[in-house]
Each structure stands twice: as C-alpha cells, then as structure tokens.
Design a protein around this ligand. Structure first.
Ligand code: HEM
Length: 150
C-alpha cells in the first residue's frame, strides 16, 4: 500500500525513534473491572491501573540494546523489516491509540521529506540529549539543530 514497505531501513529508523522517544510513557489509564491476581499481588476491583509503556519499550529481555539507538532492532540479517511484539508506543487492545494510522503516515512523510531536503547536524561540540521532560507526555529539552539544504 505505502512506500514504507519498500523502504525497510527508513521504516526501521522511524520505529526505533518511536521506541526511544517514548512520547506517552505512562499510557492511558484503566480501571480493574474485577479483583485481579498478578505476580503474587492483588489488584482490587475499581483500582486505577497504568500499564507503563516505558517498561516494554526498554525491556532488556525484549531488545538487544534497550538504551542504545539501534534500527537493527527492526531488521533481519537480510535487511528486511521485522515487527517486534514489544513495540507498543500506541499501546494495545480496545482502547489503543485511534490516531495510529494517521500518526505513522505523518511521521513517514515528514521525516522522509525533511531528510530528502536537508542534512541535519548538531552544533559543534554539542551533545544532543535523549533525556526528556516527562509529564503525561515526554518531550525533548529545547535543543538547536543545524539543517543544511541538500
Ligand atoms: C506519535 C504519535 C502518537 C502516539 C505515540 C500516541 C499514543 C497514544 C497512546 C499510548 C494512547 C493511550 C492508549 C491506551 O490507553 O491504551 C493514545 C490514545 C489516543 N490517541 Fe494517540 N498517539 C499518537 C498520535 C495520535 C493522533 C495523531 C491522534 C488523533 C488524530 C491520536 C488520538 C488518540 C485518541 C483519541 C486516544 C484515546 C483512545 C481511547 O481512549 O479509546 N493519537 N495515543
């Protein structure tokens, strides 16, 4: 359907950006509809539950280099794109993000269009941080980046 299928590396880079960007770290809230027994604990009916997305996007049992940017997480040895079950930036289930298709299309179109037209680089001597400001969403600290027309 889209060109993404033919651009496995670009697709892998976008997935890895979404994994590490972790823009909705706490996910949406849920309420336990009955008492739940989980890992030796009881979650009583009526409790508010947060299925923290950070825990799965950086799970050391799921990712080869959880804290290092690595598009290889989404590529096999032939360079084909591979889906990963732990890739859940849009959450899962009935109340997962309804904007996922739109968001993914926009991420692809904006990133590819920008990379086709500019080369991006950090200011000399400036180390860009992958840390961010965490609230309901996670946003980067203000930063400067140089865009050089190609
Ligand atoms: C990179 C972009 C985006 C990310 C990472 C993202 C992520 C999420 C996450 C994690 C949730 C919570 C799901 C849950 O509780 O299980 C959510 C919910 C939601 N998102 Fe997004 N979202 C993005 C873009 C968008 C866009 C573009 C729209 C609309 C045009 C949108 C509309 C919604 C709505 C309406 C909900 C609530 C769904 C519900 O409660 O049933 N999102 N999103």
């Amino acid at each position: 359907m889209s060109d993404r299928a033919h651009m496995p590396y670009t697709n892998a880079v976008i997935h890895e950006i979404q994994r590490m960007a972790n823009v909705v770290p706490l996910n949406g809230t849920r309420v336990a509809s009955k008492d739940i027994h989980l890992g030796g604990c009881v979650i009583p009916k009526g409790s508010t539950v947060l299925a923290i997305l950070t825990s799965v996007l950086f799970d050391k049992n799921e990712w080869e280099t959880p804290h290092v940017f690595n598009p290889g997480h989404f590529l096999d040895s032939n360079g084909n794109f591979v889906k990963r079950n732990a890739f859940l930036p849009f959450s899962a289930g009935k109340r997962a993000c309804v904007g996922e298709a739109l968001a993914r299309m926009e991420l692809f179109l904006f990133l590819v269009a920008m990379l086709q037209n500019f080369t991006f680089s950090a200011e000399e001597g400036v180390e860009l941080s992958s840390e961010g400001i965490v609230g309901v969403t996670r946003t980067p600290y203000p930063f400067k980046i140089r865009a050089t027309p190609r």
